[in-house]
Design a protein around this ligand. Structure first.
Ligand code: SF4
Length: 351
């Protein structure tokens, strides 16, 4: 009998999963993974920052916040033709989803038609579309849906009780409200968080509990490992034990069996062995970053070698074929991440 989809997890039972012996936890997660997915296939998304830096928010992990001196130069919204060219490159390189991230607290109404035009154009290439633009009103969500947006990325970042240790310019309920607006508009959600920000295991459990107890599980759950960018308040945070990160992946897989769990920001710092463990524990999506797959990008070559070493292949799914079960298989910059061009380090709300 397949693992039931639940929305009533208690903190204690999630902590009990975290506390399992590592081998038992990974075995359970790998078993559940097979109920909904082919464990040899990995979905690949590409993320483009369409508006970089200069953000008024104060997310403690983010180099795009204007208030931190991180060397990220603010850029205005990209031209739609340039976005389309990048999307075409991504598609030709094998990406199935194209995520567009903008460093905004929330888009202005005048920005929506411009982003909507990008969405229509990218979709016209046969790619799934995802955007992460900050907080949305109900009307903005509907407009993006009308333009053909498949997924909206909006991360919860961390547990409710740890949120104000990381972000002071908005509250947790703001995130939940935007997620509700996105769902009400009929879009899929890409929603996860960041670990390694100094939170406790109980708070990691709290993040996963909140995600899994949403009215619908996010189709895509990006799990980011903090990238410590000099100049951000979280630079210098004690590093998370890599096995604890794998445990977080495994518990996410167990709580949200039909969601795509994505390795997002922080992957550059993970060795092949750790990434292999993550795939074993139920991760089934990655971001390639925006410097594309067909270019001479060392990072891309490394991913190719990793897939070859592990015998994994890239999932190729046309937008219309993507099922609700596999969900946002990919993801959007959703979480954080790395969206930025050169900032493999950059974490967007995305991702
Ligand atoms: S994570 Fe997003 S909202 Fe927060 S500072 Fe960065 S760009 Fe702004």
């Amino acid at each position: 009998m397949p693992t039931p989809i639940r929305h009533d997890y208690r903190r204690e039972e999630i902590l009990a999963l975290f506390d399992l012996p590592f081998t038992e936890l990974v075995f359970r997660a790998a078993s559940v993974h097979r109920e909904h997915f082919d464990p040899t296939r990995v979905q690949v998304s590409t993320l483009l920052s369409i508006k970089t830096g200069g953000c008024p928010e104060d997310c403690g992990y983010c180099p795009q916040a204007a208030r931190y001196d991180t060397g990220v130069a603010a850029q205005k919204l990209m031209d739609a033709d340039d976005v389309l060219a990048r999307a075409r490159q991504a598609r030709d390189a094998g990406a199935t989803r194209f995520c567009m991230g903008a460093a905004w607290r929330s888009p202005k109404d005048r920005d929506i038609p411009k982003v909507a035009a990008m969405i229509r154009a990218v979709r016209g290439l046969g790619l799934e579309t995802c955007a992460t633009l900050g907080m949305l009103s109900a009307d903005q969500a509907l407009a993006l849906k009308d333009a053909g947006l498949d997924y909206y990325n909006h991360n919860l970042d961390t547990a409710p009780e740890f949120y104000d240790s990381v972000i002071g310019t908005r509250v947790y309920q703001d995130r939940l409200d935007t997620l509700a607006a996105v769902r009400a508009a009929g879009m899929k959600t890409c929603c996860g968080g960041i670990v390694g920000m100094g939170e406790s295991r109980e708070q990691r459990a709290g993040l996963l509990q909140t995600l899994a107890n949403l009215p619908e599980h996010p189709e895509s759950v990006p799990v980011n490992l903090l990238v410590q960018v000099p100049g951000t308040p979280l630079a210098g945070t004690a590093a998370l034990d890599p096995f604890e990160f794998v445990r977080t992946i495994a518990v996410a897989r167990l709580l949200m069996p039909a969601s795509t769990v994505r390795l997002s920001a922080g992957r550059e710092a993970m060795n092949d062995e750790m990434q292999g463990l993550c795939f074993l524990a139920g991760a089934n999506s990655i971001f390639y970053g925006e410097k594309l797959l067909t270019t001479d990008n060392p990072e891309t070559d490394r991913d190719r070698r990793l897939f070859e070493r592990l015998g994994l292949s890239v999932l190729t799914v046309a937008p219309q074929q993507d099922s609700d079960a596999s969900g946002c298989g990919s993801a959007c910059a959703c979480t954080t991440g790395a969206a930025e061009a050169d900032a493999e380090a950059a974490m967007e709300e995305v991702v």
